[in-house]
Design a binder for this molecule. Structure first.
Ligand code: PLP
Length: 368
């Protein structure tokens, strides 16, 4: 059986070379493995030009573990976090803060509206007790891109700290730590770097991390403890995801050789354009206007035709080798198609053809 093409934002389709990197058993105490960790961390800091100010702290688990680790490590007990909310990953941050017992001030937005810089500015001006802003860069729930540079400038001007969930944008949409101030930026192995899932990492302003002693609610998720142990020993604290690290190392190697961020961004933009053009030709409508759409994942309205039903549609597309993603919206029925992973526009056009064949075979006459 050949691998399906994963049109999902992690896990995603990886190259044969990345998969092959996992066919080796690394010892977690071994110098070669420690050197690999150090090299990956150095590259991860470099991708956002943060080598002069920030350090990389890797964390076992899916991306959410790193989001929770960053919030728990950096937000002191008794402080308040502003969360501009325009989608499901913003809501997840609010939920994490509730678990942590940290107060959240939620700025509700519609899911078709980018985080509003003026409202963020006003909320910070109105409440001096807000210490941090937690901002999702690309809200993967819909695929909307938030204006990170403007938000970062406002947060800095108001003297507050910024924590960025850049899970689905890191490596594909430029972020320059020399121009954009943040205390933490969170991403993971299995998104735009095209590694396999299993670890996250947080790019942390060194001084903010060093000042975070005693904050964390959790031993396992304490990024300061993780970092200090790594500084001292070169090793991960607790069992590392060795095969995931090896795959990420190989994936970063391919990323750099293919031309780094600019090349990755260009390929994803071409994937997104091929997808959207093809889907519109079939009659589908995108949930977001093009100007707000990040080239990461696209939300489409489900056809209104009564012959359409997601589970059956999914099965018929899967039988042709493509894995789609359900929608994450409560108000309208949608489905999502990822543009990220080791895929190119030719594959996107084949995916569109598979989607067209699926709706035809279901008797769906109008895709809109
Ligand atoms: C993928 C993702 C996460 C992490 O999700 P996990 O399922 O825990 O890997 C967090 N935020 C955003 C914006 C994401 O795209």
């Amino acid at each position: 059986m050949s691998d399906p093409i994963l049109l999902t934002p992690g896990p995603l389709t990886t190259t044969a070379q990345t998969k092959a990197a996992m066919l080796f058993d690394w010892g977690s105490w071994d110098n070669a493995f420690n050197a690999m960790t150090a090299s990956v961390c150095k590259d991860l800091v470099g991708i956002v030009d943060a080598q002069d100010s920030h350090v990389c702290v890797p964390m076992q688990g899916s991306g959410t573990f790193s989001v929770e680790a960053a919030l728990g490590t950096l937000v002191p007990k008794g402080s308040k976090v502003l969360v501009p909310d325009n989608g499901s990953y913003c809501k997840r941050i609010v939920k994490i803060l509730a678990y942590l017992g940290r107060e959240a001030v939620v700025l509700e937005h519609s899911e078709q509206e980018p985080a509003n810089v003026a409202r963020i500015d006003a909320a910070l001006a109105a409440d001096p007790s807000i210490s941090h802003v937690a901002q999702v860069h690309c809200e993967t729930g819909t695929g909307i891109l938030n204006p990170l540079a403007e938000i970062a400038a406002t947060v800095a001007r108001r003297g507050r700290r910024l924590i960025i969930d850049a899970m689905s944008s890191y490596g594909a949409i430029p972020i320059d730590a020399r121009k954009l101030a943040f205390d933490a930026l969170i991403a993971a192995s299995g998104k735009c770097l095209e590694g396999v899932p299993g670890m996250g990492f947080v790019i942390m302003r060194r001084a903010a991390l060093e000042g975070a002693a005693g904050n964390s609610h959790s031993l396992a998720l304490d990024l300061l403890d993780q970092w200090q142990y790594m500084q001292k020993t070169g090793q991960w604290r607790y069992t590392p995801p060795t095969h995931v690290m090896a795959a990420l190392h190989a994936a970063i190697d391919q990323y750099q050789r293919a031309g780094g961020l600019a090349a990755r961004q260009a390929r994803y933009q071409a994937n997104c354009a091929a997808l959207v053009d093809g889907m519109r030709a079939l009659g589908f409508k995108t949930f977001l206007p093009d100007a707000l759409q990040a080239p990461i994942i696209v939300t489409f309205h489900a056809p209104a035709d009564p012959a359409y039903q997601f589970a059956e549609f999914y099965r018929r597309v899967r039988d042709q080798g493509f894995i789609l993603y359900p929608g994450k919206l409560t108000a309208v029925e949608t489905f999502r198609v990822g543009c990220i992973g080791a895929i190119d526009p030719a594959i996107m056009r084949r995916a569109v053809a598979a989607i067209g064949a699926a709706i035809n075979s279901m008797g769906v006459r109008a895709a809109a």
